[in-house]
Ligand binder design. Structure first.
Ligand code: ZN
Length: 221
């Protein structure tokens, strides 16, 4: 095992907090970041991730996975499905749920890390007061880590520092880690707007976290 760590960086608030968590825990020289281009409607996310990594002083790589849009049916990759319409009628899950996304991302991230002798992965998933994505739950991540370790004959570890934090606690952690300046570059809005629209589920969740923590969102300054 070594101290090299790969952060899955989406360009959003949570993965940015994780980037700073990794820098503090493993040392900046050991940290790199990986961003997935999965055909997301909001290309602004890719630019945000690159900007944040640059600001934090760590390398960033972008990995294209253009399969999800071809699968169809979710509001984050399909331009004809409105985020605001809420839940998928069949599954009861938010229509922003991209089935298998985190499983695929982390498996690719693990393969990317394996090739570079990186022993740790960090992802910003959380099961607390979020949208209820089943691939963000701790049990899913633990099981996936086991599958990856067995499938790659590797000791690679998946770290989920935000797993049990509320949005308020995640903001407080970001503050403690000195991640707030980078928050001004993050992208959260499901409608892809900058400045953020303020009324989509992602904007509302983000706003509530900052409000409860008593911190002004640097994105809005
Ligand atoms: Zn929004």
């Amino acid at each position: 095992m070594n101290d090299k760590v790969l952060v899955v960086l989406s360009g959003g608030q949570d993965s940015t907090t994780c980037l700073y968590w990794a820098i503090e825990r493993f040392g900046r020289e050991n940290v790199s970041s990986l961003t997935f281009d999965y055909g997301q409607r909001h290309r602004i996310e890719l630019a945000a991730a690159a900007e944040i990594a640059d600001f934090a002083g760590v390398p960033n790589a972008i990995l294209p996975i253009d399969t999800f849009a071809a699968l169809g049916g979710d509001a984050l990759t399909a331009a004809d499905i409105a985020v605001a319409s809420g839940l998928n009628e069949k599954t009861g899950l938010p229509n922003t749920f991209v089935p298998g996304r985190n499983l695929v991302f982390l498996t690719f991230a693990a393969a990317f890390a394996y090739q570079r002798n990186i022993a740790h992965l960090v992802t910003g998933v959380a099961q607390t007061d979020y949208s209820g994505y089943p691939d963000c739950r701790e049990e899913t991540l633990k099981t996936l880590q086991t599958a990856i370790q067995k499938g790659m004959e590797s000791e690679i570890q998946i770290h989920t520092p935000l797993m049990h934090l509320s949005k308020k606690e995640a903001v407080e952690l970001a503050q403690d880690l000195g991640a707030l300046p980078a928050m001004a570059m993050t992208h959260t809005c499901y409608n892809g707007e900058r400045p953020p629209c303020g009324h989509c589920p992602a904007c509302e969740l983000r706003a509530r976290g900052f409000e409860e923590a008593g911190v002004i969102d640097p994105l809005l300054l």
